[in-house]
Design a protein around this ligand. Structure first.
Ligand code: EPU
Length: 338
């Protein structure tokens, strides 16, 4: 375990923002973290835990110590004829894990194919796509409490999962390093094709009785057609969350915008497609030098190469203000701003 000074971070964030961390260390095991926690640098420095770097925007150099979590390992901890419970190291790449499950015939995460990032950070924002969230298969996680050095156990209820939310983004922000997560996967999977795009893709391939592999392939195809590949164009997926507003406000908005895209949540609230709002406001595909709004999905801000994090942040602020002005809706950022 080597602590590096002034580490370049361009390859450690999917936005591809060039910036530096004053100190940087990669941990490969809980023991590494235990050893590190005894050192003065750990005790004295401001700390940031980094996973796959897929949900973060650096707006400046990081003053302090970045701890890159590279704890790997996949272990079956329980198995019956119906399900398998798997413990996955925080540093395992999420999509590689999904493909492993699909190949084993274990259902539950196939709709979450191709989501960038690592397994350990997936519960922090309760990753979700195409009608499924990680909370649907999540059973528990182990985490290292940064201040006390104690190992804590969280079950699904403790995590307080919500739409792109958990305790780790709120009251326990920056307080834990997630070491591993456990998911319960189904050996007799129930396919979830409730999301329109999946159904349409399967129909176009004349697949009427899809397997989890078919669903995973369909999700990969949809994502590749709509979302930029972070290996080619820097981005962090959806930059904003889809806002939740009262139904009464939607009724008013529909008078002016009858085609607005919304999803009912309960009798009083609806979720609005932020991508629709941003497109309607004229931002889709707008490019400013080397950054902009993606041409196929307005929720995604992109770095075409060499953009500064602050420029992207400023663009997001302009979009927030414009959406508030045009629709009286306050968007929230989904990405962590550093
Ligand atoms: N839409 C537009 N214009 C756009 C983008 C979307 O009109 O530029 C409309 C679409 O036509 C569609 C609706 O908005 O009617 C929803 O679009 P889409 O299916 O692309 O999903 P989304 O709500 O924009 C969310 C997630 C994505 C996830 C997809 C699929 C959030 C913030 N984003 O996007 O997650 O892949 O649903 O489930 O909830 C991510 O978190 O990084 C991410 C990509």
């Amino acid at each position: 375990m080597k602590i590096v000074r002034n580490q370049e971070l361009v390859d450690f964030n999917t936005f591809g923002i060039a910036c530096q961390s004053e100190y940087f260390v990669e941990i490969k095991s809980v023991n590494d973290l235990m050893d590190l926690s005894k050192q003065d640098i750990y005790k004295n420095q401001n700390k940031l835990i980094l996973g796959g770097g897929s949900n973060i925007l650096f707006t400046s150099n990081f003053q302090g110590l970045i701890i890159k979590n590279n704890i790997t390992g996949v272990e079956i901890t329980k198995e019956t004829s119906d399900f398998v419970e798997v413990k996955i190291g925080a540093g395992v790449n999420w999509h590689e894990f999904v493909i492993y499950c699909v190949n084993q015939g274990w259902g539950g995460v196939e709709n979450l194919s191709l989501i960038p990032g690592n397994c350990g950070t997936a519960p922090m924002q309760n990753i979700g796509a195409y009608g499924v969230e990680i909370k649907d298969t999540f059973t528990k996680l182990e985490a290292f409490e940064i201040n006390s050095g104690k190992i804590a156990h969280f079950n699904a209820e403790d995590c307080q999962f919500g739409y792109r939310e958990s305790v780790f983004k709120n009251q326990f922000k920056n307080q834990y390093v997630i070491l591993n997560i456990s998911l319960r996967l189904n050996k007799n999977p129930a396919i979830n094709t409730s999301y329109g795009d999946i159904n349409r893709t399967l129909e176009s391939k004349h697949i009427s009785n899809p397997t989890i592999k078919d669903v995973s392939d369909a999700v990969i195809e949809i994502r590749q057609s709509k979302l930029p590949d972070p290996n080619k164009i820097g981005n962090s997926g959806s930059f904003f969350k889809n806002p939740i507003i009262p139904i009464s406000q939607l009724t008013d908005l529909k008078k002016e915008f009858p085609e607005i895209v919304s999803y009912k949540i309960d009798d009083s609230q609806v979720k609005i497609a932020a991508g629709w709002l941003i497109e309607k406001a004229g931002w889709k595909g707008k490019t400013f030098n080397n950054y902009g709004v993606h041409k196929n999905q307005s929720l995604v801000l992109v770095n075409y190469g060499g953009a500064k994090g602050q420029d992207i942040f400023d663009l997001s602020q302009k979009i927030l203000e414009d959406i508030d002005k045009k629709f009286q809706i306050k968007l929230e950022r989904e990405v962590n701003i550093i």
